[in-house]
Design a protein around this ligand. Structure first.
Ligand SMILES: [Zn+2]
Length: 298
């Protein structure tokens, strides 16, 4: 779909009122969320200062931010799993620096028939109160590890127990895992392990398939009634994952509106005309304004 060149609308009282009305009138709400949603929570994968402060040895080795860690040729398993244990702890198993945007979005849509499609692997929707059976994390989740050889479709397993065991054995001076027996192995074939996130054709997506099927059924059912597609923070790193599906779904559904909330890439398809609203801002100030409005109305 062709995208209209637009700078997007700035956040104003009129815009907040319009989004509020669309939310109130919607029978179904589909939240499509990309990396920008978790930037608001404090997880900015491009933030070099934050990465350098937290992982100074890694920053010396080469990667300067979290994005650089993907595809980084690990010099050893000790370095790899020493870093990944702390990465998973930071992004999945401890509270985010700023939980408010997710919590506010959860409360704002709590009484709507809602579904979430997200590229984020941090599970922050689930951790903020959204129903996990209605969240499709199609790029995987930091809550699981998998077999790198993809020896079996069921060769994935929960990561938390391993993270808890490994963390005390990471030397913070070298950022290496000092106990080699804690390097995770596939319980089926004994081979090398990896995070269960889409990083190559080795990715095992079976744990996420039930939600994918459920979203398709939900969209069929949402064909009757008003659908609001709330697209937040989905840019152009992997647009086929969230951004383009949000547009396609809004386009297919005759009674759908697309609200795109995106500081850097707010453009919306021209075909959607008045059914699309392009907001050039982060999600956090919008959720805060809507929350304040709801509090005044209550
Ligand atoms: Zn295996």
């Amino acid at each position: 779909m062709r995208e209209r060149r637009t700078k997007g609308t700035a956040l104003s009282r009129e815009v907040v009122e319009r989004v509020d009305r669309l939310l109130t009138e919607a029978d179904h709400v589909l939240i499509t969320a990309g990396a920008g949603m978790s930037v608001d929570a404090g997880f900015d994968y491009t933030d070099e200062r934050q990465f350098g402060r937290r992982y100074p040895r890694m920053a010396e080795r080469g990667p300067r931010c979290r994005y650089h860690v993907f595809g980084y040729p690990w010099p050893s398993e000790a370095v790899q799993w020493g870093h990944l244990a702390r990465h998973l702890q930071e992004l999945r198993f401890q509270p985010p620096p700023n939980p408010t945007p997710y919590l506010q979005l959860c409360a704002l849509t709590a009484h709507r028939d809602r579904f979430v499609l997200t590229s984020n692997a941090d599970d922050l929707f689930e951790r903020s109160g959204f129903d996990p059976s209605r969240i499709w994390t199609r790029q995987g989740s930091y809550s699981r590890l998998q077999c790198l050889a993809r020896c079996h479709d069921d060769a994935t397993w929960p990561a938390e127990q391993w993270v808890r065991a490994a963390l005390p054995c990471v030397d913070l001076a070298t950022e290496e895992l000092v106990d080699a027996t804690l390097v995770p192995r596939c319980p089926r074939c004994g081979g090398r392990a990896m995070l269960n996130v889409r990083g190559g054709d080795w990715f095992i997506d079976k744990p996420y398939q039930p939600q994918a099927h459920r979203l398709r059924a939900w969209l069929d059912q949402a064909a009757s009634g008003r659908l609001l597609v709330l697209d937040v923070g989905s840019g152009f790193n992997t647009p086929p994952v969230v951004r383009w599906p949000a547009e396609e779904i809004a386009h297919r559904h005759a009674d759908a509106h697309l609200v795109r909330v995106n500081r850097d890439h707010p453009a919306v398809p021209a075909e959607l005309g008045a059914r699309a609203l392009s907001l050039a801002c982060a999600g956090a100030p919008l959720w805060a304004a809507l929350t304040e409005r709801a509090a005044v109305a209550a």
